[in-house]
Design a protein around this ligand. Structure first.
Ligand code: TRP
Length: 452
């Protein structure tokens, strides 16, 4: 299986853009501002940055080296590196979680598509009640399901084309577009009346706000945003070439991802503070309920600008979401394709259809299935909670233990240094983080939250 003819990313740029495409997603533009808003602004950001640097990057390098060394899908990768042990369970857990995340992620991705259509159709006009607009849309079983299906089809089109012609080629087009749009929007937002207040909220820390809950949220957000734990980056790394510098790539991906998240904050908070009465802690509705208000109130004097701003903003969300759903899809498709010997196309079909079905169930949990709850959460909330606050930290901890303690140090060193060709001055620090710091830190934060 592992030595089957495997595709490869064609260029360094392709490697970085595809991986950054996986990382940059709704997590940055939708979930991040919403977490910042609910966890007290700047104080959250500092904890978040620490989580990215000391937990996220080391775990990312580990995923990279596991994937590239074994050149196989995530589940198989662990069985190759640790045959006949329970470690293969970690890989399999990744595949299952990627499947779960893809299903609920596509629901929100579908909303972004619907909002893009609404923005193009100039539906965000003054006087609309956006709370009702949003609630009606998400509760409408047909519409919500339709957009799940459409988004999954978009993802499918890229996946069936394969690694180089699909994932790499599309990432090379979509990521530059995304970065361009976000730069334009930041400039727009800085010229809005609430920009000073918005930036203060985002940049002036109030340390009394740092509680254990904030730390867990920051860690969950960091893992989610960097696409860690679910085998996305591990699967992509199985298509990396022998000369890819894993540390540098991880650094670049983390830097791009963090930059985009901050830029999203720089767009959203100035915008929110530009309209009196709106609050930054609106939760998941921030982007879908609060922002449309901004578009037509803040731009009352210049409706054309408001129109362009809103279309660009939702298009940005669609692009970000799509490069991420592609990476989640690839985890499961690579597994089905290699593990069961099915053709890539058949594998992709199976994944698309089953995720569509589960996605529709998640979508319906905002409407018809609203009252169906488990542990006081709707199916959608449950999927989000289980993946971001439970499976991801757990997987992060297991991956660091796997690389730090189980894997042969020579193998790790040879992967990180490309068989000795690269000088990696931080190697020992990296091993220290993986061996002691990451498992302990994740463990403490995790247990603290679990037994509260
Ligand atoms: N990182 C993406 C985002 O920020 C979402 C994502 C893609 C993801 N693949 C993942 C999250 C794997 C967790 C695990 O939106």
């Amino acid at each position: 299986m592992a030595n089957m003819e495997r595709a490869n990313f064609g260029s360094k740029l392709g490697v970085i853009l595809a991986s950054a495409g996986s990382a940059v997603g709704l997590g940055n533009i939708w979930r991040f501002p919403c977490e910042v808003g609910q966890n007290g602004g700047a104080a959250f950001l500092l904890v978040y940055l620490a989580c990215i640097v000391f937990l996220g990057v080391p775990v990312m390098v580990s995923e990279f080296l596991i994937g590239r060394h074994s050149r196989a899908n995530t589940a198989t990768a662990y069985s190759i590196l640790a045959p006949h042990t329970k470690w293969s369970f970690v890989g399999l857990m990744g595949v299952v979680s990627a499947f779960l995340i893809l299903s609920y992620y596509t629901v929100v991705a579908g909303w972004t598509l619907e909002y893009t259509v609404a923005a193009i159709g100039d539906q965000f006009t003054a006087g609309t009640d956006f709370t009702a607009f949003f609630n009606n849309f998400v509760a409408n079983p047909w519409k919500a399901s339709l957009y799940v299906v459409l988004f999954m089809l978009l993802t499918h089109i890229v996946i069936v084309r394969g690694v180089t012609d699909g994932i790499e080629r599309f990432s090379k087009v979509m990521m530059p577009m995304l970065l361009f749009i976000i730069c334009v929007l930041v400039i727009c937002a800085f010229s809005m009346p609430g920009s000073a207040e918005g930036l203060t909220f985002l940049l002036k820390p109030d340390f009394s706000k740092i509680t254990p809950k904030v730390v867990l949220s920051a860690m969950g957000q960091a893992f989610f945003s960097l696409s860690l734990g679910m085998g996305c980056l591990c699967t992509y790394a199985s298509y990396f070439g022998k000369d890819t510098n894993l540390m540098k790539t991880a650094g670049s991906v983390a830097a791009i991802d963090t930059m985009v998240a901050f830029m999203a904050g720089f767009i959203i908070f100035p915008a929110v503070y530009s309209v009196p009465g709106l609050s930054p802690d609106a939760g998941p509705g921030l982007v879908f309920v609060t922002l449309p208000n901004v578009f037509n109130i803040a731009f009352q004097g210049a409706p054309v600008l408001g129109y362009v701003f809103s279309v660009m903003f939702y298009l940005l969300l669609v692009l970000a979401a799509l490069t991420s759903t592609i990476s989640l899809h690839e985890v499961v498709t690579a597994y089905v394709h290699e593990r069961f010997g099915l053709s890539r196309k058949v594998g992709a079909n199976i994944v698309t259809l089953s995720c569509m079905a589960l996605g529709i169930v998640c979508a319906l949990s905002f409407g018809v299935l609203k009252d169906f709850t488990l542990f006081h959460m709707t199916i959608f909330d449950l999927f989000d909670y289980v993946s971001a606050k439970f499976l991801m930290p757990l997987a992060g901890m297991l991956i660091s233990i796997f690389t730090g303690w189980y894997l042969d140090r020579k193998l790790v060193q040879s992967e990180v240094t490309n068989e000795g060709r690269l000088r990696v001055p931080l190697f020992r620090f990296y091993i220290f983080l993986l061996k002691y710091f990451a498992p302990l830190a994740i463990g403490i934060i995790f247990v603290n939250e679990l037994f509260k």
